[in-house]
Design a protein around this ligand. Structure first.
Ligand code: 6PG
Length: 260
């Protein structure tokens, strides 16, 4: 008999806040997420006439962004009716390799038929980028009926320190109140300074998808499952949708092997 010594599925359900979409490998997890995003885009454009999508940076979602462009299954994603937002941004020019918008522009914007006025980069090098972006968000979402004036789909990742978006452990943005965007600076922020969506904005969204892949995320994932840390120490625990849904996209390789 052939012995399979690759990752195996966890022997009990993963205790995460939200729905767990667990797949055998990264490719399958990304495929499931792409299909979910696609269905949400169709449903929202049917119901509201448009789709407000917010994407993150980091390396994990790159294959997803490519897949959305080359896979025929997603070719008719309604980009013409999509507003594209950026979850967080480093305070660098868009042509800097660290710029999230630069990456998303190169992988998605320049290969889709999304109208340029529906692409919303964070003006991270300008004065008060958080306030400016917040105003743009409010201006665009106010066209929606009350109650539907929220982001439709927010894609998040998780750092090995448990940060999500640019909400770093013990950083000022964790305590931002009454604002949708925050300029996060100071010693707790991994340089350069960041502009980030706040918990308030993310948690109000219709759908939050967290994509976490790779062995190096096992430990933080285990901490999320234990739920013992504070939001200050493990910011991703602050992702608590108000009325929307939270889905985790994971593969076997990312699952902790010693679940308590
Ligand atoms: C960013 C992010 C950030 C990211 C995590 C995970 O711009 O870096 O928005 O929150 O999702 O750091 O990054 P990796 O996917 O590279 O592990």
């Amino acid at each position: 008999m052939i012995e399979f010594d690759g990752p195996t599925p966890p022997d009990r359900p993963l205790n995460l806040p939200g729905k767990v979409e667990l797949r055998r490998d990264a490719d399958e997890a990304i495929d499931a997420l792409a299909a979910h995003l696609y269905m949400q885009a169709l449903a929202c454009t049917r119901s509201f006439g448009d789709f407000h999508l917010a994407l993150s940076g980091g390396s994990t979602p790159l294959p997803l962004y490519r897949r959305l462009m080359y896979d025929p299954a997603y070719r008719d994603l309604p980009w013409k009716r999509t507003h594209l937002w950026i979850v967080d941004e480093r305070c660098v020019p868009f042509d800097d390799p660290q710029s999230n918008f630069g990456m998303i522009r190169d992988l998605i914007v320049s290969h889709s038929d999304i109208p340029s006025q529906q692409v919303h980069p964070i003006p991270a090098m300008d004065a008060e980028p958080d306030r400016v972006y917040e105003q743009t968000l409010r201006d665009m979402l106010e066209w929606r009926e009350k109650g539907h004036d929220r982001l439709d789909f927010v894609l998040l990742g998780m750092g090995t320190d448990g940060h999500t978006a640019s909400l770093f452990p013990n950083s000022p943005a964790l305590n931002a109140s009454d604002c949708l965007m925050y300029l996060n600076t100071g010693p707790a922020v991994t340089p350069p300074d960041r502009v980030t969506m706040t918990f308030e904005l993310i948690n109000a969204s219709r759908m939050i998808a967290v994509l976490v892949l790779g062995e190096n995320k096992r430990q933080p994932l285990k901490s999320v499952m234990n739920g013992q840390d504070s939001v200050e120490d493990l910011p991703i625990l602050g992702i608590q949708p108000l009325a929307g849904e939270l889905h985790w996209y994971l593969d076997w390789n990312t699952c902790p092997t010693d679940i308590d």
